[in-house]
Design a protein around this ligand. Structure first.
Ligand code: 5GP
Length: 202
């Protein structure tokens, strides 16, 4: 089943993704703007399979693009989803866990915040994000979990750009990383996956 799900995701990336540069992939047709709910459910099932050996009490992601795959994962796991807010909103008045994150797409530093009351000490938190590039967003979320004395159960990524250093950085920091689609290259306007291209559904 896992293989079938990954084929669906890769096929979607090939057919509906747009290579903006050799560093950036646009997937606004099914993940970052318009959302394909059926695909999000398959992504949720894939994360549940990958982390089935790990106790998880909460899912944590970053607004807004991480929410769709994360809500499906949290639903299947039967645990709450927390999405970190990117700026201090006026309604975020409680004690906050805050971390500065260098944004890959906006090329600026954003403040990421989670209300402390949502991560209790000892909580086992699965971090999910849509993309992994340099690992800053995931490391920032991991830092927030640890500030709250929670434990990072693992990091689940929908699309990893394996030619950037995020995966290595997260593993070196001691985290387990599970990426569903691993992109080896975006050169010449083409998406090449780490695994053989024959795994794409036609
Ligand atoms: P990182 O923090 O790992 O450098 O970058 C991950 C974050 O940047 C993700 O939350 C994602 O929103 C954004 N991002 C990184 N690379 C891409 C990309 O190629 N396409 C899109 N749409 N977002 C990206």
């Amino acid at each position: 089943m896992e293989v079938y799900r990954m084929k669906l995701l890769k096929t979607k990336i090939i057919e509906e993704g747009t290579v903006l540069s050799d560093q950036v992939l646009k997937v606004d047709a099914f993940l970052n703007h318009q959302v394909d709910p059926a695909l999000m459910m398959e992504i949720g099932k894939a994360f549940v399979e990958r982390f089935q050996d790990t106790p998880i009490t909460k899912v944590l992601t970053l607004e807004s693009s991480g929410i769709a795959p994360s809500v499906m994962t949290a639903l299947l796991l039967g645990v709450p989803l927390i999405f970190a807010r990117k700026r201090k909103s006026l309604t975020l008045t409680e004690n906050l866990l805050v971390h500065q994150v260098q944004s890959f797409t906006k090329m600026e530093t954003v403040e990421v915040a989670v209300a402390q009351k949502f991560i209790a000490p000892g909580e086992q938190v699965l971090i999910i994000d849509d993309f992994l590039a340099h690992g800053e967003a995931a490391l920032g979320l991991a830092h927030i979990v640890e500030q709250a004395q929670g434990k990072v159960a693992g990091i689940g990524i929908v699309i990893e750009k394996s030619f950037q250093q995020g995966h290595r950085k997260l593993e070196e920091a001691g985290y387990r990383v599970e990426s569903l689609a691993r992109v080896a290259s975006l050169a010449d306007g083409k998406v090449q996956f780490v695994e053989a291209a024959s795994t794409v559904l036609h």
